[in-house]
Design a protein around this ligand. Structure first.
Ligand code: FES
Length: 140
């Protein structure tokens, strides 16, 4: 697979700055939905890094993806405060639909109004089964 045409633009936008790898990875992820092998190779070449170094960073942060997602993701908080407010009961509801990928996160800073979830960059609080169903409906 060849890198997308404007991958070069993203790299050029950040290449001269210190610590360019992370902003490039964020922009590539946002533009293309993943950081595939061709993009990792091009980034490594541009920043004079090994492919292993770039791969190591991409694989370390689970929000970076090496392939596009097959389904939208809902990040459901599984930390203690949300557990105490019933988050665990929502997990099978979300997973049973099979229309979204349910990913655990551990605190979204909404502990007092949990259960909480994140879709994209938006956060949602006071989830119950009905709100979760409408969240899933909006995400797909
Ligand atoms: S514990 Fe869920 S938002 Fe903090």
């Amino acid at each position: 697979m060849t890198p997308p045409a404007d991958l070069d633009d993203i790299i050029a936008r950040h290449a001269g700055r210190e610590g360019a790898l992370m902003p490039i990875l964020h922009d590539v992820q946002a533009a293309f939905g993943c950081i595939d092998e061709a993009a990792r190779r091009a980034i490594a070449l541009a920043l004079n890094l090994s492919r292993a170094e770039v791969h190591g960073v991409v694989s370390f942060y689970h929000d970076f993806r090496e392939a596009p997602r097959d389904r939208p993701a809902i990040k459901l908080c599984r930390a203690e405060a949300c557990q105490a407010r019933g988050a665990e009961a929502l997990v099978p509801l979300a997973e049973s639909q099979g229309r979204v990928r349910v990913e655990p996160v551990y605190c979204l800073g909404l502990c007092s109004v949990g259960p909480a979830a994140m879709v994209g960059k938006d956060v949602f609080a006071r989830l119950d089964a009905a709100k979760l169903a409408s969240l899933i409906e909006a995400a797909v």
